[in-house]
Every structure is written in C-alpha cells, then in structure tokens.
Design a protein around this ligand. Structure first.
Ligand code: FES
Ligand SMILES: [Fe+2]
Length: 406
C-alpha cells in the first residue's frame, strides 16, 4: 500500500477544523476540570436532567432480578429491578419509613425488606407490609410506595432520568447514535470481562483519555500502539469524527503495516479478537464503521454525558465515568463478546480481554498524573489539538449546559 504524505492522517491539514468550524480552537480553561462549584452546576444542569446509562438488561434477565447503582454525584443510590410483570423499573433505594437503603449489591428477590425495622416492598415498588402497623398514626399506605425514577430501555441498555419530567425522550437524547447503532448485534454478545477503579481524576479529564488517539504512540507503546500507528498514521489520528448536539462518534483505522504477533495469530485461528482488522478479517456488520473506512478498526460512541460505547466487529465495550467530586471519578468498564462456541473461541476472546485490561491500566496511570498537573496551580489553561476535537466537544457541550443553555 502506498502512503500519501498529504493524507488526513499524517499531513498538516487540520481536517476537523474544516469539518466543524463552529468548534473553538483556543486554549481551554482548567476550571471545569478542578472546581467543586463547577461540578455542582454539572450536577444540577446535567446529571439531574439527562438520561444516564445504567447497564445492560442481561444483568437482570429474570423476574425479581435487581442491582443497586450508587450515583455519588446525586448523593443517592437506586435499585433497578425486573418486576413480576417483566417490566424494568428504577426506584430510589430509600425506605419510606426512615430512609434506610432497602437493597445492596445485586440478587433476586420477591420482596425488598428494609433491614432497619422490616418494612416490605414488592418488586413493583408497592409497600406490602409495615411491622407493628397499629403503632403509627393515620398511616396512608397508598402514599408509601418506593419513589420511582424514570427508567427506559434502548437496545438492551437501561437508562434512568432523575428530572421530575424529562426534557427529552431517551430517543431524542440518543439522536444520531440511536440510528447508527440500532442494528448492532448487542443481544448476541455477553459479558466477557469487567473492571473498575476509583481514580483521582475529573470525570471529563478521565473520559478524554478514552476518546482520542494522540496518546496511543506514547502511553500504549507496550500494548496496542502498533495496531494503530505506522507511516500512514504515526499519531493515531481518528480516521473520521462525527460531532452531534451532545453526543459524538469517531472511527479509528488499523495500521496496515502491522504484523500479527504469534499470540494474535493463534487467537485469530479460533474466534474473534481485537487484531482481526489488522489481519484483514473485518467483515461488514450493521451499526459500525458509518463512513465505510477500508481499514476500519473500531468506533467510539460517546453517549453524553458519561458513557462511551465502543463498537467493533464481533465485540463491544462500555466505559462509565461517575464523578464523586471534582477530582475523583468512579470508572466502570466492561467488554462483551459473542458466546464462545468452544474452548478455542474462549481462548481467542480472552487474548483480547487481557489486552483491554493492560491497555486500560496504561490509561489509568496517566490520568491521575494529568489531574495532579491541572491542580498544581501552575496551569491556567490546557490545549487540545485538532485530533483531540472530541475532548474539546465534551468541554464545549458541558460548558453550554452549565451556563443554562439547553
Ligand atoms: S427505615 Fe426502613 S423500616 Fe425503618
Ligand atoms: Fe488509551
């Protein structure tokens, strides 16, 4: 393959500037990445208003299955439960007697029994039993059901919204991404690995480490660098970027010079693996590669505010970034592959899962250092390159929302 030194991936053209002239190019102030006051406005104007991704419905396949999700930025936790009528609902994890949590972790139950004084609720949120009820005064049990949170499903993903009346439907919020990802075979895949950590980094700063390729050549020199960088694209610029009202999507292409390592060759003999694009094995599947890149590797789809849904041929993964305070984030990541047909396919998938694990570890290591730097008092601004336009887009969308623009 010939390499064109003027091409968008190694030339001097700033292709995203040309494509998105409305996006700023100047330095970005650090306040949104360090200020508790700013996080307070993010809480009120973003996290209390937007649909928030909670996980996959496969986590709760049976009636009575539930899991608890702690949402630190809203100082609350919720229980997401599949009721006896098969409907998935979300409730504040708060007993109507004196506020104790009614559930923890995950499991299956017919009823939630508060551990403090034993009030009982069913899986549809109705109060079913008040211990020693005669001792209360004019208790109107019809008003003591668990408080419900808006909950909707899209393509097997559970979303909740804490607004009294959501300003947008879930489909409106997902916008172009709902169309692009509509036919991706999510239901054919199952959880293959998950990781989590609480980090000393702002939720946006940390998310940025997963939505640009500029760091790949340096941070990932021991893992995935060669998959993406080479003469054609030495700095792993995204092959294409799509910026929407609040969401965004970008596509990375493989390095065509990449020679598979022995373990990767072995993995590809048995099933799907992250290196398949480099081996020329990517086939067209619905929902990925919207601009039909011939060296397609994977898409990053950013569901605003705090979820990245990365899709490729034969696998996908999810990142969630939950703010705890302005400089602390709880991160949850999970990867999904087709159910392995045999032991060989399982080995093949696990080769990719291990590679994801090592790659994510590298991303974690730099994010805490970046946060320390922006909090050091020596910086007033940071700079984003054209290839980091997705980070700038997140900053701009957040800033508009905290300033009251809807
Ligand atoms: S706080 Fe739940 S029963 Fe008392
Ligand atoms: Fe990375």
């Amino acid at each position: 393959m010939a390499f064109d030194s003027d091409n968008a991936l190694n030339g001097t053209a700033r292709i995203n500037r040309e494509k998105f002239p409305e996006i700023s190019t100047g330095p970005v102030p650090i306040e949104p990445y360090i200020s508790e006051e700013f996080l307070g406005r993010e809480r009120d104007m973003i996290f209390k208003r937007m649909w928030l991704m909670m996980g996959r419905t496969e986590k709760i396949p049976n009636n009575g299955d539930y899991f608890v999700k702690v949402i630190e930025v809203l100082k609350t936790s919720i229980v997401i439960v599949r009721g006896r009528d098969d409907k998935v609902r979300a409730f504040y994890n708060v007993c109507r007697h004196r506020g104790t949590n009614i559930a923890a972790g995950h499991g299956n139950c017919k009823f939630f029994t508060c551990k403090f004084h034993g009030w009982v609720y069913d899986t549809e949120g109705h109060i079913r039993h008040v211990a020693d009820e005669s001792q209360f005064f004019d208790l109107d049990k019809s008003k003591l059901n668990l408080h419900e949170v808006h909950c909707e499903l899209w393509n097997g993903f559970i979303f909740v919204n804490f607004d009294e009346k959501p300003r947008e439907s879930l489909l409106e919020q997902l916008g172009e991404l709902a169309v692009q990802l509509n036919d991706f075979p999510f239901p054919e895949m199952e959880l293959a690995g998950s990781w989590g950590a609480t980090l000393k980094a702002n939720w946006k700063l940390f998310q940025d480490a997963f939505q640009e390729g500029y760091h790949v050549a340096t941070v990932h020199s021991g893992t995935i660098n060669e998959y993406f960088t080479g003469k054609r694209n030495p700095h792993a610029r995204p092959a294409s970027v799509r910026l929407y009202k609040r969401n965004r999507s970008l596509t990375f292409s493989f390095n065509p010079e990449f020679a598979l390592h022995p373990s990767e060759k072995f993995a590809l003999t048995a099933g799907q693996a992250i290196s398949q694009g480099a081996a020329g094995l990517n086939i067209k599947v619905p929902g990925v590669n919207p601009e039909e890149n011939e060296l397609f590797s994977f898409d990053i789809n950013a569901i605003f505010p705090n979820c990245l849904l990365d899709t490729s041929v034969g696998f996908y993964f999810i990142h969630e970034f939950w703010p705890i305070d302005a400089h602390t984030t709880r991160w949850e990541a999970s990867t999904y592959f087709p159910k392995p047909a045999n032991a060989g396919a399982l080995i093949s998938q696990q080769q990719s899962v291990a590679l994801f694990r090592d790659t994510f570890r590298e991303d974690i290591a730099t994010s805490e250092g970046s946060q320390a730097g922006v909090m050091s008092g020596s910086l007033e601004e940071i700079n984003f390159a054209d290839s980091e336009v997705t980070c700038r887009h997140l900053y701009e969308v957040v800033t508009k929302l905290v300033d009251g623009e809807w």
